[in-house]
Design a protein around this ligand. Structure first.
Ligand code: B4P
Length: 196
C-alpha cells in the first residue's frame, strides 16, 4: 500500500505512522524525523533545516522534495510506503504526483487525523517537557499551527476530490486510534476490491 498520513502538529501522525507501517509491513517515512536526524548529525541539509524548524517554518520545498524523491527510490519502498508529514504544500503534492507517475504507481489512501485544538496544544506542551524539542515552545507551536491551516489543510481537498481521503478521529488512546485507522484502510481496500 502507498499511504499518506496527515494532520496538524500534535495530531499523532508520527505516533500512528510507526504502528500502522509495522502492521502493514511497509516503511514509515517521516520527513520531520529525517530532518531531525540530519540536524543531530550536523549535515549540510541539517544546518539548513534547523533554521526553519526551530522557527516553526516549513523547510523549503526544493530541499524537502529532493530528500523525499531520493528516499522513495530506495528498494524498501518498491512495494509500498507510508509518508508521514509529506506533502505539506501544493508544490510537494505536485512533486509526489510526478514521482509516482514516473513509476506507474498510485496512492491507495490518505488518512487525516482530526483532533481538537486544545488537545493538540496540551500534547505538544507535554512533549516539550519530556523531549525538549526546540519547536515545541508555545510561540513556535502557534506558528506551526498557523502554517498548517494556511498551507497544508487545503491539500486535503485535492485528495478528497480524488476519492482518497479518510478522516479519522485522532483523540483517545494510541491503540484505539490505530484500530480506527486500520479499520478505515480495510474498508477502503474492500471497497476498491468490490468495484473491480
Ligand atoms: P514533524 O516531525 O512532522 O512534526 P509534527 O507535525 O509535530 O508531528 P509529529 O509527528 O512530531 O507529532 P505527532 O503528531 O505524532 O515536523 C517537524 C518540522 O519539520 C515541521 O514543523 C517542519 O519545520 C519540518 N518539516 C517536516 N516535514 C516537512 C515538509 N514536508 N515540508 C517542509 N517542512 C517539513 O505527536 C505529537 C505528540 O502527541 C507526541 O508527543 C505524541 O506522543 C503525542 N500523541 C500522539 N498520539 C497521541 C494520543 N492518541 N494520545 C495522547 N498523546 C498522543
Amino acid at each position: 500500500m502507498r499511504l499518506l498520513i496527515m494532520g496538524p502538529p500534535g495530531s499523532g501522525k508520527g505516533t500512528q505512522a510507526v504502528h500502522i507501517a509495522h502492521l502493514l509491513g511497509i516503511p514509515a517515512i517521516s520527513t520531520g524525523d529525517i530532518f531531525r536526524t540530519n540536524v543531530a548529525e550536523e549535515t549540510a541539509m541539517g544546518r539548513i533545516a534547523r533554521e526553519y524548524m526551530d522557527a516553526g517554518e516549513y523547510v523549503p520545498d526544493q530541499v524537502t522534495n529532493t530528500m523525499v524523491r531520493d528516499r522513495l527510490a530506495e528498494p524498501d519502498c518498491a512495494s509500498g510506503f507510508l509518508l508521514d508529514g509529506y506533502p505539506r504544500t501544493l508544490q510537494q503534492v505536485d512533486e509526489l504526483d510526478q514521482v509516482l507517475a514516473a513509476t506507474g504507481a498510485d496512492l491507495d489512501a490518505v488518512v487525516e487525523l482530526v483532533v481538537d485544538q486544545g488537545v493538540l496544544i496540551d500534547r505538544l506542551l507535554l512533549r516539550a517537557r519530556s523531549e525538549g524539542r526546540a519547536d515545541d515552545t508555545a510561540e513556535v507551536i502557534r506558528r506551526r499551527q498557523e502554517l498548517f491551516a494556511e498551507q497544508t489543510a487545503p491539500l486535503t481537498i485535492r485528495y478528497a476530490d480524488r476519492g482518497l481521503l479518510h478522516l479519522v478521529d485522532g483523540d483517545g488512546p494510541v491503540e484505539l486510534v490505530t484500530a480506527r485507522v486500520t479499520d478505515v484502510l480495510a474498508e477502503s481496500r474492500a471497497a476498491v476490491g468490490s468495484s473491480r
